[in-house]
Design a binder for this molecule. Structure first.
Ligand code: BTN
Length: 267
């Protein structure tokens, strides 16, 4: 991976032609790219601002979890969005992010990854990418801004990932062996794909990929609601990227957020 003084200018060059891109900041180390993006958002920062870091000391994931962000191993990026009324749907924005990363990896490496509802990308049943959308609402319920945080594992760190996640985590270069995935090219491909999908909203064509590449649809799953474990079969993803679950006996449930686990059949 390339690092050094020229990284920000390399990235700026790669991003220059991306639709919707406004400006980029690269930091060697941040608590979280989303913290920095939030500061900028509160200072009136423009949509399309991209924040990158070589490492994060307090990278965060969904459900208050830590997002392990080892130096020089991944793309840790946050994009500042100011959605208008056509784009005022946080669940859909997260799905846009998942499809954008899927398309970027397909473009650069010709590999089809799996999208695990709601916003993770997996390969060989191991997590490759996590996405976290955090929003600030106006008093009238519209979104003032959204920070879309994306973490993609590019290269396995020399000493592996945190032992708790090491055997459940995969990096692009664990399975893309015939080419180097360049940091700035990946960043540009994600930004370009995201901008393209975002600009076309409320066109929902991107959901075709979200559904087709889902590793959840048609599967038996478990999920937590109100502290209770539930199960059912994931049967559809609706036009708000919500998961429709068949609970049997003609009962259905629709999840708009949360965490699900696949029930794998014993061999
Ligand atoms: C998850 O797996 O639950 C979501 C992980 C999101 C991680 C990215 S890395 C860039 C941005 N900054 C953060 O602190 N989190 C997101």
């Amino acid at each position: 991976m390339i690092y050094g003084h020229s990284i920000e200018s390399n990235i700026r060059k790669s991003l220059a032609d991306c639709v919707f891109f406004h400006s980029v900041e690269y930091h060697r180390c941040l608590t979280s790219t989303s913290d920095r993006a939030k500061e900028l958002a509160q200072d009136g920062g423009a949509e399309g601002t991209v924040i990158l870091a070589g490492t994060q000391t307090a990278g965060r994931g969904r459900m208050g979890r830590h997002f392990y962000s080892p130096e020089g191993s991944g793309l840790y990026m946050s994009i500042l969005l100011r959605p208008d009324e056509l784009r005022n749907d946080p669940g859909l924005l997260t799905a846009c992010g998942a499809v954008a990363v899927w398309q970027a990896i397909y473009k650069l490496a010709n590999v089809k990854t799996d999208i695990k509802w709601v916003n993770d990308l997996y390969y060989q049943q191991k997590k490759l990418c996590g996405i976290l959308a955090e929003g600030q609402f106006n008093n009238d319920g519209t979104l003032a801004y959204v920070i879309l945080g994306i973490g993609i594992n590019i290269t396995r760190p020399e000493h592996g990932y945190d032992p708790e996640i090491d055997d459940k985590t995969i990096a692009l270069h664990d399975f893309i062996l015939d080419r180097q995935i360049e940091y700035s090219a990946l960043c540009a491909a994600v930004t370009e794909a995201f901008g393209d999908i975002y600009n076309k909203l409320p066109n929902l064509d991107f959901l075709d990929i979200y559904r087709k590449q889902s590793c959840v649809l048609g599967q038996n799953i478990t999920y937590l609601r109100d502290g209770q474990l539930h199960q059912g079969k994931a049967i559809a993803i609706d036009d708000h990227a919500r998961l429709v679950i068949d609970k049997g006996e003609c009962r259905k449930e629709i999840l708009s957020s949360g965490e699900i686990s696949l029930v794998r059949a014993a061999l």
